[in-house]
Structures are given as C-alpha cells and as structure tokens.
Design a protein around this ligand. Structure first.
Ligand SMILES: Cc1cc2nc3c(=O)[nH]c(=O)nc-3n(C[C@H](O)[C@H](O)[C@H](O)COP(=O)(O)O)c2cc1C
Length: 176
C-alpha cells in the first residue's frame, strides 16, 4: 500500500527533527544548560504510557564521580566524552500488565526516552540510546529500588561528530 501524504509546513518541522536526530558517538566538553535540561525533562514527563502508569525514573548524572561509575558500565571510548548522562529506569511495580501477562514497561520507557532524544535534538543537543550496557554493574554502583530496572543510558551533550546517512528499510518493506 502506498501512502500519499501532503507535507505541509508544520509536518516538515517534525520530519526535519526526526531526520536531525541521530546516534551521536562523540561529544564536545561543553556542559548542558539547566534550562535545556528542564525543557527536555518536561517533554519526558508528558510522554504517554499504558494506563497512564508512568512507570519510570530518570537519574541525571552530572557529578564527576557518578559519571566515572557509569562509564564502568559501558566500555566505549566515545561514551566517556559525554558531559552528562541520563539513566532511564523502568519501575516494574508500577507498569501496566495486560490480562494475558504482557508487561508494558519496556514500551512506556521507549516512548519517554524517544521524547527525550527528540527534545534534546530540538534544543541543539545530541544523544545516543545505549542498551548494551552492564545492567548488573549499574545496579551495584548506583542505588535502585528492588523492582526498578535500569533499562537505557542516554549520554547527552553537544555533538563533536556529524550524522551519517540514515539506513532504513523502504516504505514498502515496513507497511502493507
Ligand atoms: C533500543 C535501542 C538500543 C540501542 N543500544 C545502543 C547501544 O547500546 N550502543 C550504541 O552505540 N547504539 C545503540 N543504539 C543506537 C542504534 O544503533 C541506532 O539508533 C541505529 O543504528 C540507527 O541510527 P541513528 O540513531 O543514527 O538513526 C540503540 C538504539 C535503540 C533504539
């Protein structure tokens, strides 16, 4: 099925933002302004979630000692260049579970984290989703509630690299 869409000026703004966001793997030393963080976190706060449970917690990691601890959880040189990080956790106590047993915390956190990344992009900042980290180590080094799962790490700052061409499936491959 082909989708014929008319792109008006407002649509383009969001499409431009979506195109602009990319996984940044090199950051400048410049720190992130508090007003920008406040704006981004407000966009996170307003994210939708199943049954409006909002089963999430976001830890803003800015202190040098905490940054050093988090860097032990993901051993990539580029990761260390970020001026700060956000640990995004699922609160399994609070997530909605469908009657057939399907948990929705993963879906909820993904929506909130993408709000974060797009809002950061809009503010001229760069981010990268990181899920391939040592979650067990993260649990040891930081204090989490028993049913809280650190699920995503987001380094955030000003980009020192540039976006690459987006490699994506074609529209025909993803829609019927
Ligand atoms: C759920 C999720 C987990 C990811 N985990 C990592 C990761 O651990 N390390 C990494 O470098 N990139 C990670 N990425 C980034 C993807 O590799 C990237 O989004 C994808 O290649 C598309 O590139 P783009 O973000 O530049 O458009 C992750 C992305 C998502 C959505």
């Amino acid at each position: 099925m082909y989708l014929y869409i008319t792109i008006n000026e407002n649509d383009m703004k969001f499409l431009d933002l979506v195109k602009e966001r990319y996984s940044c793997r090199s950051y400048l030393e410049k720190s992130v302004e508090q007003e920008k963080l406040d704006y981004i976190m407000e966009c996170v706060r307003l994210a939708p979630s199943a049954v409006n449970r909002q089963p999430w917690m976001f830890r803003l990691i800015t202190k040098e000692e905490d940054k050093a601890k988090l860097q032990q959880c993901y051993h990539r040189e580029w990761f260390q260049s970020a001026p700060m990080y956000i640990i995004c956790s699922i609160l399994h106590d609070e997530e909605w579970v469908r009657a057939d047993g399907k948990h929705h915390g993963d879906i909820d956190i993904a929506i909130a984290v993408e709000h974060l990344c797009l809002a950061a992009t809009e503010q001229g900042l760069a981010t990268c989703w990181v899920c391939n980290f040592d979650a067990e180590k993260c649990r040891q080094l930081f204090t989490f509630a028993e049913n809280e799962e650190p699920a995503v790490l987001i380094p955030i700052g000003y980009a020192a690299d540039e976006s690459k061409e987006k490699k994506r499936k074609s529209m025909n491959e993803i829609s019927k």
